[in-house]
Design a binder for this molecule. Structure first.
Ligand code: MN
Length: 322
């Protein structure tokens, strides 16, 4: 998905300065961002208080929306550099096209993983005949300096490993959980898992003390580390845990747990670009507008998204929390 903010603000993030070395509870409230005319997404990362969780640098949550009589998601071709995108669905279908020629329908709990590397363009749309309900999350992962100029790639993994216990199921999106490893390509120590809890079920998840974590609640009310979290929220958890207690507090619960080693490098994010300097962002913007570098997305019914104007103030990387 694209950051469709008409006037996106530059976000500077990365570096370890403000990563707590201990367990914390920081509730990150969602910010509502209109996406086209009929859809609103809730942005959880970057937020005012926190900008990254490991290499995870962007989290939008959308739906559940009934799109029976609507086109649903219609995100025209747009560019990315320096990141990976993860399309993650609980309900519905998204048709992905990119400038490598990929054409792939992504369904619930399948991994659509796009590595932008030095440059890629893609579009995402609800297919013409689509399921009634659309509910999902768009996640971005920052690439480390060693891999951010890599070749662009798209992976689709329909059979992700699942950790199953009574009342508990976890699909491993990226990295590892409880010995199960995702086939998705990762470039930093990172994990993502989609967790389902039956009504009243409890679990103690094994986690890495060196990773920082955050949980995005998608369905139901979940008690995370003893704290009751409403659906559509993100709870930042800090580092230093070996176990994470979870409990479905009111009906079944569905959440996405994101974690990783704190990202040491300082970044600058603007629109759909993750870079290290404002000059790189400016060049990427210019190349997109000139039709260079990013290639062409074929088959999408509509023109590509023009880049917004750059902000008047220069972009430079700085700390990772406000
Ligand atoms: Mn995108």
């Amino acid at each position: 998905m694209s950051n469709l903010d008409v006037r996106p603000k530059p976000v500077e993030c990365g570096g370890r300065d403000d990563v707590p070395g201990r367990p914390v509870h920081e509730l990150l409230p969602p910010r509502r961002v209109p996406l086209g005319e009929s859809t609103v997404v809730r942005r959880l990362l970057p937020s005012l208080g926190r900008r990254m969780v490991g290499a995870w640098c962007f989290v939008d949550h959308y739906g559940p929306d009934d799109i029976t009589d609507e086109p649903g998601m219609q995100v025209p071709p747009h560019p990315h550099i320096g990141l990976q995108t993860v399309s993650w669905l609980h309900d519905g279908e998204v048709l992905h096209r990119d400038s490598l020629g990929s054409l792939q329908t992504v369904r619930p709990r399948e991994l659509g993983l796009m590595t932008a590397g030095r440059a890629i363009a893609h579009s995402e749309e609800s297919p013409r005949d689509h399921p009634a309900i659309l509910h999902g999350a768009q996640l971005w992962v920052a690439l480390p300096d060693t891999h951010r100029h890599t070749d662009p790639a798209f992976e689709h993994h329909a059979d992700l490993p699942v950790v199953q216990k009574p009342g508990f199921g976890a699909t491993v999106i990226l990295g590892e959980l409880d010995g199960a490893a995702s086939p998705g390509t990762a470039f930093t120590p990172i994990m993502g898992a989609d967790i389902t809890l039956a009504d009243g079920a409890e679990a103690r998840l094994p986690v890495e003390p060196d990773f920082e974590y955050a949980a995005l609640t998608m369905t139901g009310i979940t008690e995370i580390d003893g704290l009751r979290v409403e659906p559509g929220s993100m709870l930042y958890l800090g580092c230093g845990r070996r176990e994470l207690p979870l409990r479905a507090a009111d009906g079944a619960g569905g959440l996405v747990l994101l974690g990783g080693e704190p990202f040491e490098e300082k970044l600058v994010m603007w629109w759909n670009f993750v870079a290290r300097t404002g000059d790189e962002i400016g060049r990427a913007r210019q190349d997109w507008m000139a039709g260079d570098r990013f290639g062409v997305v074929r088959g999408y019914d509509g023109p590509p998204i023009p880049a917004p104007a750059l902000p008047a103030t220069p972009l430079k990387p700085r700390g990772r929390t406000r």
